[in-house]
Design a protein around this ligand. Structure first.
Ligand code: GAF
Length: 386
């Protein structure tokens, strides 16, 4: 965020709350390059932090009085105000739960929180599968950790923010989004083992390879606290139980034939996606190291086909975005994020960005879909104080 934007945030904060903020923090959204729905199956993911962020201005309340949380957004709307003691999700508007939930999760951890005034601004599109919610949680988590001197590591903050999302917002998500936002670094993707939580930064030199990564936001909105995501988690848990393993991470490709014989067809297809997707993540990391980003296109597209045909979480708009991008010269394309809408990504030769974008816009217009938002992203830095 440039200094003009911080000045403008300071002005809005003062107008709303009658005082200057103590500090500013920013945390990015993410693109998941590959490794979808593998996180809560204790498998592998390869996301990167993007150059679009949620920014907060924050002022902690002095200790002593009744604790109160006030949250406002630069998008407008009334200031959301909640008493801190007995804080429950229902006492705050849904969008403000991503802020309040982090205060709540830290308190649940035995860390007493002060009240606070928070102003939120975000350049991460909402409901686009780019983790706008985790970006807010991570900005708040880093702010409280820093301002209160809690001494938590970023890895610990990942789990606090995940707890806010799981137990306060009510979405049973894994650690993919919060890990990308808090642990991401510029020019790298984050290769994360979601069982051991070991994270390795893998170079993703898009520019040097004359490549670009386009995000195609279909504007079909989705939310993970609704039914679809929970059903997927339940299906994967059932698949693991029936195969007698702690998590689908423990099922190798070689067990798929047996899995097909013992599982109901719908559970089998879900299991097949997770098992093959874990292998695709490992193959992608290997190819990136050996041959660079231009080589990974077919793996990205295979991941999309698996989500479309086996995991069952694509939609017509995402399929059209992927198929059109491929026909217009993309090296690989896939939906990214939780699914049921949101965004597709396309890995393209940088020189073809305008042609691919135009082809996708035209195809959407022909299908009478909403006009997509198309923009390119680069791997940016993780959450930080401004
Ligand atoms: C959402 C969730 F928040 C992540 O934890 C992950 O499961 C993802 O969907 C699918 O890969 O973003």
């Amino acid at each position: 965020m440039n200094s003009d934007a911080v000045t403008s945030l300071a002005g809005t904060f003062a107008a709303l709350y009658g005082a200057a903020p103590d500090a500013y923090f920013a945390a990015p959204g993410r693109v998941n390059l590959i490794g979808e729905h593998t996180d809560y199956n204790e498998g592998f993911v390869l996301p990167f932090a993007i150059d679009r962020v949620a920014t907060i201005a924050i002022k902690l309340q002095e200790t002593g009085g009744v604790r109160r949380l006030r949250v406002a957004s630069t998008q407008g709307g009334p200031v959301v105000e909640a008493a801190f003691d007995g804080l429950v999700p229902e006492s705050v508007a849904p969008w403000a739960r991503y802020v309040a939930g982090v205060f709540w999760a830290l308190e649940q951890q035995g860390l007493p929180m002060p009240g606070a005034d928070v102003l939120l601004d975000s350049s991460v599109p909402i409901g686009a599968g780019l983790s706008s919610s985790a970006a807010i949680e991570c900005a708040v988590g880093l702010a409280l950790n820093t301002q209160l001197g809690l001494g938590l590591s970023r890895e610990e903050l990942v789990l606090i923010c995940q707890r806010a999302e799981n137990d306060f917002v009510g979405a049973p998500t894994g650690i993919l989004d919060q890990s990308a936002s808090l642990l991401g670094t510029a020019e790298h993707a984050l290769f994360l083992d979601c069982r051991s939580r070991e994270a390795v930064h893998v170079q993703l030199p898009l520019e040097a390879a004359d490549l670009a990564l386009l995000v195609i936001d279909t504007r079909v909105s989705h939310a993970h606290d609704s039914g679809g995501y929970k059903e997927l988690v339940a299906a994967c848990t059932r698949g693991a139980q029936e195969l007698g393993v702690p998590a689908l991470r423990d099922v190798g490709i070689e067990r798929l034939v047996e899995a097909q014989q013992v599982l109901a067809p719908q559970i089998y297809r879900r299991v097949k996606h997770i098992v093959t997707e874990n292998q695709r993540v490992l193959d992608t990391v290997e190819l990136l190291g050996a041959r660079g980003p231009a080589a990974i296109g077919p793996l990205l597209t295979a991941s999309h086909v698996s989500m479309r045909d086996d995991f069952g979480i694509s939609c017509d708009e995402l399929d059209l975005a992927v198929d059109t991008a491929m026909a217009a010269g993309a090296l690989g394309a896939r939906m990214t994020g939780g699914g049921f809408g949101g965004s597709a990504i396309a890995l393209i030769p940088a020189a073809r960005a305008d042609d691919v974008s135009a082809a996708v816009r035209e195809a959407f217009a022909r299908a009478h879909y909403l006009a997509p938002e198309i923009f390119s992203v680069i791997p940016g830095p993780g959450a930080r104080q401004l």
